[in-house]
Design a protein around this ligand. Sequence first.
Ligand code: CTP
Length: 403
Amino acid sequence: MLDNKRILLIVAGGIAAVKAPDLIRRLRERGAKVRCILTRAGAQFTTPMALGALSGDAVYQELFSLKDESEMGHIRLSREADLIVVAPATADIMTKMATGIADDLATTTLLAADKPILIAPSMNVMMWTHPATQANLATLKAREVRVIGPGAGDLACGEVGDGRIAEVSEIVAAISRYFQGEVDQGPLARYRALVTSGPTHEPIDGVRYIANRSSGKQGHAIAAALSALGADVVLVSGPTQLPDPDGVKVVHIETAAQMLKACKEALPRDIAVCAAAVGDWHVAGAGKKKLKRDRGPPALQLASNPDILATLAKAGGGRPGLVVGFAAETEDVITNGKAKRDAKGCDWIIANDVSAGSGTFGGDNNTVHLITREGVEDWPTLKKSAVAERLAERIAAYVSRHL
Ligand code: CTP
């Protein structure tokens, strides 16, 4: 599948550099030609001998080496490749790429590159989530640098969280995807997703309604993030001030009953994420005419709305393979989140604190806990767009293994 594709692999200085030999081996098994640049820090973790033996080519290390430059200058290294892969991509090399620093052979080659670049970041979770790294990541993505991973899990530094380099098989798959279509359609390209977002409006009469403070920012960001990874996304949204996300089919509804109908019509789907703040009740017998004030305050009779998440999660032929719900809580966030996961029958719950002081409803940030059958993961406070991207990556990793 990678027959004669020329890959320039830049191995930077992180513990994940120990995986470089395995990556080279698997790429060569698929027919690729691999040539390596090893940074000085990378050489602390793996050796030029190992990379050279597996790639069957010279390993380039020094910018100011007469031998390296006369044999193969930094310009030619890029020109003679079809794709440049940086694995592991450390916080340091990402910073240098984003700012255009060229102070060694790897970064000089990257700055002089005329070829697409794929990076596989790997670092400590705090380094990864640091706004500086996230800003560099955004800059690199805006320049169409492709990114694979990182995933979550135990890190070499002993901490737990995001920052673990993508599995070697995932890096190989991302490289293959690139060469298959030249356009990377993303890890969710084969998958269909349904997302609910926003509040619902439950009419009291022809002009008044019961609503809640949901802005739809989180749900819309999730729809956009799933679409960015290639999924075919239907977003069923209550009334919000937000524009429709690019590339996403949006069904605009007002009430919970309409939301349920639109969701059912969108089935079958592989993935469902219910981020909407669905009104739990509607006004029984609400009419189209405006209630007149001189009749006195109406005695509103409320009736229960359908539970959309629970309906979608119910076992049966049309159940999406992965059903994710939110738990909007004002106290005992994790305990209530776990109880909600059981009660609704969904696979994952994203539990968040929506109490007045949290700023979650309407705000741009979110502090969430991912509750799965395996346990609870506490995510740091992130922008809602970053929560969405991280969730989409997690969903991509899950569906690639289970669906
Ligand atoms: N949900 C839904 N349909 C409803 C109510 C909630 O699909 N009628 C979904 C939400 O989209 C969310 C999850 O269920 O994914 C939990 O919503 P939440 O408002 O936290 O909980 P409720 O089920 O409404 O329970 P409570 O208000 O008692 O906390």
